[in-house]
Design a protein. Structure first.
Length: 608
């Protein structure tokens, strides 16, 4: 969602802000703007559309002079995408400028009060309410004004604020929306995400909920909501700068697809010791694992699909009942959390709003929470009882690939550990499965070596109107992810169905030439899937089958077949998803679309 960058230092701010905003483009946006303090005034420049429009307006930032500024890329929530609704927003006399990530839920009530006090609104946003309320409470002390606004607004926010009266200070505060502070000897930064400032510093502070910070050119001070000064320690970011760049690939998505062998290897290697799985960060004793009565897995989008796959694998290997919920549904269905249960929250960014709310609810209901996240120091990582990092490195493309694969093998590791401790996996089975787990990176690499066939097939179906994905068991979960990949980056309508549900209505949608992708990797379900595929083919469907090497009987029913290397059936989803990622990618490329930044979507969904 919206991106924030702020800088105060000894260099010209605008080029630095534009550079930082460019690193946040993956979050999704529809407009952008800068506010730079120079010549005794705060100058704001805003543009609708891509960041290049703002670059053109400001001569790559060179026309805005000043060493203090804030920048923003907006993803519309309140008010249509427009220059008027773009951030930053001013107060009435243009002496306060604000950028905001999040949603102010009671903005309408606050707005009506301000209108009754004579304030005039120039936009349709909830953010302008914040600018005017800061003005309303400002009496010469910015921190006091911010603190008063914090206690009156409801919702989520990360704010960057500059005051005309304070040319040597920048202010920031957050609640339920991500914000980091970067420190250097040549100035200080705020940003929604680390990639925005990684070029300039690796030393960052993570701001907790309802904490304020005051940045000068020399340093940073932190305060709690009672304006009491607090001490914080910096964290060092270990990413290589090159990891957040394209590295010669046409798109981040393709680069990240090719990084999956490494992401899987880096996630599993530290947790394998001979034929055993060791997850020291789990925080559970063998007795705790033995006593587990139920596991709840919660996620959004692709993370939810990981959970669906994980349910099949965990239940099969451990015999622990597993419930999987969309985070947005878990929050509102009044869930019943059993004693001796564990909740697993899965999120690439560690900032997903619904998942974070589900985490807090699970803890309130007495469940121990494990976060499976990719971003070190993210809110879910800090608030979960324990965290299991996926070690996928920075993922820039909106459509997740390598983070999905790393999350998937994280659940395999949990299933193997729990099954071993509970005695539901024999020592021979454990040895065999750990050996197969170690081979996954090389097998993913093998699939990537056959990408040309998938590219050719994708070019044939770039103009498809509808695509259906079918699978049973783990293959159904993989179908969900394959369908999502296609629809989110190619804008083709696609749906995934449990194959057994075909005859309960869905088959009426099959007609001549409709592409049906059948995922068939579970040997004990081959015959059932062949029956379903025949049902589709007799009604005119064109069959693309994804199956295991050696399962040549599928050639009799499929029009196009892709084979994946053989592995343990529980691990097949890690291989089957790769051709589907490539298929979605190449369809999008063939249509000439913006693969990494699909319309209307954002990388980190930090609002409901």
């Amino acid at each position: 969602m919206c991106g924030i960058v702020g800088y105060i230092g000894n260099e010209q701010a605008a080029p630095i802000l534009l550079d930082g905003l460019a690193k946040l483009e993956y979050r999704g946006y529809d407009s952008a703007g800068l506010a730079v303090y120079g010549d005794d005034d705060i100058e704001v420049v805003k543009a609708k559309g891509r960041l290049q429009a703002l670059r053109d307006l400001t001569g790559d930032g060179n026309s805005l002079k000043g060493t203090l500024g804030i920048g923003h890329t907006r993803w519309a929530t309140h008010g249509e995408p427009s220059v008027n609704n773009a951030h930053p927003h001013y107060n009435k006399d243009k002496s306060i400028a604000v950028v905001h990530n999040g949603i102010i839920e009671n903005y309408q009530v606050l707005k009506e009060k301000l209108i009754s006090k004579g304030y005039v609104f120039r936009s349709d946003t909830d953010t302008e309410v914040l600018a005017h309320y800061l003005d309303y409470y400002y009496n010469g002390n910015p921190l006091q004004a911010i603190e008063k606004v914090m206690h009156r607004v409801q919702g989520s926010y990360a704010l960057g604020i500059i005051f005309k009266d304070f040319p040597d200070k920048m202010f920031a505060v957050r609640k339920d929306s991500p914000l980091v502070v970067g420190h250097t000897d040549n100035g200080n930064f705020i940003a929604s995400d680390v990639p925005a400032i990684l070029k300039y510093t690796r030393e960052v502070y993570f701001i907790e909920n309802r904490e304020l910070c005051e940045l000068t050119r020399e340093g940073v001070s932190f305060y709690n909501e009672d304006l009491e000064k607090i001490e914080k320690e910096t964290k060092t970011i270990e990413w290589d700068i090159e990891a957040a760049e394209k590295g010669g690939y046409e798109h981040f998505m393709l680069k990240e697809i090719y990084e999956q062998p490494k992401a899987v290897l880096d996630t599993i290697s530290p947790r394998l010791d001979g034929d055993k799985v060791v997850i020291e960060e789990l925080g559970l004793t063998d007795e705790d694992i033995t006593k587990l009565k139920r596991i709840y897995i919660v996620g959004c989008g692709s993370a939810y699909h990981v959970g669906v796959n994980g349910k099949y694998v965990i239940e099969k290997l451990t015999r622990i009942p597993v419930e999987v919920d969309l985070a947005s549904e878990f929050r509102y269905r009044n869930p019943i959390i059993e004693p001796d249960s564990m909740t697993i929250i899965i999120s690439q960014s560690g900032e997903t709003a619904d998942s974070l709310a589900a985490l807090r609810m699970a803890q309130e209901l007495g469940s121990k929470v494990l976060g499976i996240v990719n971003v070190v120091g993210s809110t879910i990582a800090r608030e979960a009882d324990n965290v299991m990092y996926t070690h996928a490195g920075p993922e820039i493309s909106v459509a997740t690939t390598k983070a999905y694969s790393a999350q998937l093998v994280s659940l395999y590791l949990l299933a193997l550990l729990f099954g071993d401790v509970r005695g539901t996996i024999s020592s021979d089975e454990m040895k065999e499965m750990v050996d197969e787990l170690r081979k996954l990176p090389d097998k993913i690499l093998e699939i990537l070596g056959d990408k040309e066939r998938i590219q050719w097939f994708a070019s044939k179906y770039a103009n498809a109107k509808d695509v259906f994905f079918l699978g049973r068991g783990c293959d159904y979960a993989t179908s969900l992810e394959g369908s999502l990949k296609l629809k989110e980056i190619s804008y083709i309508h696609s749906e995934a169905y449990a194959a057994g549900e075909l005859k309960h209505g869905t088959i009426s949608l099959i007609e001549d030439g409709v592409l049906v992708v059948s995922v068939v990797t579970q040997p004990d379900l081959y015959e059932k899937m062949i029956s379903n595929i025949v049902e589709v083919r007799t009604r005119g469907g064109y069959i693309f089958t994804l199956t295991n090497k050696g399962n040549f009987v599928m050639e009799d029913t499929a029009d196009f077949t892709v084979y994946i290397p053989n592995t343990h059936p529980c691990f097949a989803p890690s291989l089957a998803v790769v051709p589907l990622q490539l298929f979605g990618y190449y369809v999008s490329v063939a249509k000439g679309l913006d693969v990494d930044k699909p319309r209307n979507l954002a990388k980190s969904v930090t609002v409901e």
